[in-house]
Design a protein around this ligand. Sequence first.
Ligand code: PLP
Length: 480
Amino acid sequence: MNIDEFQVRGKEMIEYICEYLRTLEGKRVTANVDPGYLRPLLPKEAPAKGEPWDAIMRDVDSKIMPGITHWQHPRFHAYFPAGNSFPSILGDMLSDAIGCIGFSWAASPACTELETIVLDWYAKAIDLPPEFLAEHKSSKGGGVIQGSASECILVTMLAARTQAIRTLKEQDPNTEDSAFLPRLVAYCSTEAHSCAEKAAMISLVKLRVLEPDEKGSLRGKRLESAIREDVANGLVPFFVSTTLGTTGSCAFDNLVEIGPVCKLYPNIWLHVDGAYAGNAFICPEMRPLMTGIEHADSFNTNPNKWLLVNFDCSCLWVRDRVKLTSALVVDPLYLQHARSGESIDYRHWGIPLSRRFRALKLWFVMRSYGITGLQKYIRNHIRLARRFETLMRRDKRFEITNDVRVGLVCFRLKENDEINQELLANINASGRLHMIPARVMGKYILRFCVIKENATDDDIDYAVDVIEEHATEVMLAHYE
Ligand code: PLP
């Protein structure tokens, strides 16, 4: 494809995208295919000769689209939102066209500098403590875009592990680093995302998974007694992963209590994962939910979940960037450059070397919506979640099982798990609505998340109707 053809096909692709998004509502929200559906539809080998573009696009329509779960569909209420907006798509298009690999400042100065600036903007917009900003020459902190919240938790755990091993080595300099690993212990709650468990697996450290209170919030006393017990047994607590807005039910750990407990132990790094709900702090009225953030060593939130930015864009801020990079620096000659000392080289802030120009789409979104536009978007979702909650509470067959504070409502029929599983399976099989379950504090629940950018009252009312209709069917089948 040459540039002239690209110009034509590019315009056609925009047309195709607009048509796709305009007509989404008429489609099933979930794919109605079985595993392995695609292999028989495609040739066994890649084509030896290039094919006409029209033929490729015909296959997109007839073979790929039937296997798509439509995350931007107005009836998609599963997981958390997959951020998406036109300014963000355009930002990614431009990033792809520039095609730079911004691992160091010299590899593309604007790519690095825009990332630092936009992360400062966002940190201010959600009112993070000033120590997390890179703005001032004397600042030790700063922000970076990672590919996912899982990476944010992994790299902060690795950084904390390095710090802890360094301290242990001061007393025991002849011991190999790896010999300290069996003594290191990290903490999270049963409600934390499974990526905390994965990070501990990769880091080869113990993870103590603690019971939160009845609201799903990890409390200081519970953490303190676990830490005391571990210290008495010769272990070294080094990392606490907390969550503001858990995946299952959007519960908030109690940072006001947890922070001071962590401060009692010099090696403990306190991480705060706000992958979804952290974006809500752009609204001042939501900030009481982040009280205690001043105790954190690091914080992450994903604009690619709830700030209209396409995947991937997970923002991580650290209080002390040297502590982060000291776990991750390798410095071969071919990656060095003359201005190293004067600039940030983001290759030291994460696992991959290569990095896309992801700041562009976040910058486009922040500039085109403005803070007030983004607040409006978040507030609309919260309002609609409350509407859903109110309507569901009116139907006495259901119970609401979480405190609805952001865009997620958890509910179940006041029946056994089996009936609730059947309800969800039937709704999903209908293709009219898509939700996922979770097990929260031992209970099987259905999760309803407000997802669509401009979701309306009608979208919520429709969802309630579908759920009630299926509930009636399931109950009749069981009790007749
Ligand atoms: N943390 C929380 C609270 C989440 O809800 C999720 C995913 O939904 C994650 C972490 C993992 O996110 P990612 O897919 O960006 O790794």
